[in-house]
Design a protein around this ligand. Sequence first.
Ligand code: AMP
Length: 217
Amino acid sequence: MKSVILIAAPAAGKGTEAALLKQQYNMPHISTGDMLREKAQEDSELGRDINNKISNGMFVSDELIIEILKQRIEQEDCNNGYILDGFPRNVAQAQAYQQMLEELGKDLGVVIVLDIDKNVAASRVAGRISCPDCKEVYNTNNEEMKPKTEGICDKCGAELVKRADDNEETYMERYNTYMEKTSPLIDFYEKQGVVYHVDGSNDREETHKQVVKILGE
Ligand code: AMP
């Protein structure tokens, strides 16, 4: 199976779609945001610096994220493809990634862009909660995505949490950063003929159906 890079504005459903792809194709889901949130809990200067950047909707340094990513995709479970959620985030990261793939003898795979209106994505942020353990994502503003028991993960029973950067002010910051730094990646990859667009404003089942149509059963 080819690797998949998901590109979309924050809260457009990258994490949710990546989890469905993981289930369907049995490929690792690599969320750089989840990896960083874990590191942010470490009681160290690096942990505090990452925490501060995430809480303010800022990117961590390209050097750090590239190092973290390289270590992850070198692991054996990534040999037959993986799903990238949150990386690359700018053209410099995409260029470094290209070089990394060449060195490791891996293919780029396909790029799926989840298109979504800013206001629809912002309304999803308001109700988004997630599981700190198994990373399942829920939304209290959407009947289909509510947990069965309020505040508890259906899958593993852990207490659900709200991300520190899921508030209106930080969301606008993250959205603007996406438009300025990440959306140019679509052009970058379109030149390589590997981009597919999917409407991310649909519910998760419909979005997933569209993605599977592209990737094949
Ligand atoms: P996400 O869970 O993908 O929304 O990421 C949450 C936050 O982690 C982002 O707002 C950034 O602060 C940081 N982050 C995640 N991925 C990257 C990346 N590839 N480059 C820089 N910062 C990142």
